[in-house]
Design a binder for this molecule. Sequence first.
Ligand code: ZN
Length: 432
Amino acid sequence: MESHVPDLIKFLDASPVNFFAAEEITHRLDEAGYTRLDAAEKWDLTHGGRYYIVKNHSAVIAFELSAEAPDAGYKIISAHSDSPGFRIKPHGEINCENSIVKLNTEVYGGPILYTWFDRPLSLAGRVMLRSKNILRPETRLVRFRRPLLTIPHLAIHFNRGVNEGNPLSKQKDMLPVIAIVNGQLQRDNLLLNLLATELGVLTSDILDFDLSLYDTTPACLVGLNNEFITSGRLDDLSMAHAALTAILSAPADAKMNRIMAIFDNEETGSGTKQGAASPLLMNTLRRINECLGGNEQDYQQAIARSFMISADNGHALHPNYPEKQDPTNHPALGGGPVIKINANCKYMTDADSAAVFRSVCERAGVPVQYFVNHSDVAGGSTLGNILTSQIDLRGVDMGAAIWAMHSVRETGAAADVDYIIRAFTTFYSPFE
Ligand code: ZN
């Protein structure tokens, strides 16, 4: 079987930030013949149809209606498009000694700050342009491919204790430099001028932007036998890629409909209209139900028959810190998908849903592992339980095990990429 790892590397490099991840996903859905729906227009859905919607340029819900009955139920895989990092603040230019310009940033989510030092960084995001309709400014995605910025670390000679622990200020230590300039003229509106030139518009047409830093170093394989993949944004673009690859390749299932839901803003708690805490998925399912001629009873039946895989990366046993993991449940890199369990229900997994996912993996011929927190360590949370506050779905929280979660470059195993795509494809395929 051909490996999906080279395709994942392409996907990661095409997706420096959430907006580009969403665009890459919709590009691939378009190529596969999916129809884009506009939430502001009336939907006309047909049996066997394949559709998707985009929310605020950063969340995508795709669905395939292969089952005729509205009460058939849904096979859902969810993941997220965002990653921790830095956003550019408005009026971002800061002049230093009238020669160096640095940019003012705000931290997004929980990045490991010092991994961002001394790297060839650049900017990507969306720019809002003036249009005739005040309520609908034009959106243009922008990505500078060449490195434009770096965050230079302080030399060790000014801080001899740097290797003994070095607390960092997000406002002082983490600002990237962009240019050496001479005097006022070149400094004012440096960023807006740069954007205007890149987009071929007037500076005065730019109304606002959502811009983030990204590391321009491409994803790659490392290891004696290329067994590791190292890249920015493995969390959670590797799971978004796996869900997308699976929904595009699994044979049609006449018994259940299929949904792929890629949300934004997981890293800040999902509390936006394009995040998992919003009614986005619930509203979409209700609307599909109505379009298929279903009533409330059908909708409730469909939900009761549905199952969700909430896919978000987990922690592999780190060879330098084995003591951080639970004594009996410590997933290995390359050991297959990881089922996440938490006694206090931070994950949606329970014995029932873990059993379903184990059976899927068994059928796919894929090994499966468990992650449970070391009892003295508070773990993270993810999409699953946030979604169940809107829809009372059965489901499992799982993911690929990685190292260095929220570093500017995370490390995973090439083998897990293919294991998880195989498991997802089996999940989306018809069950006997
Ligand atoms: Zn994540």
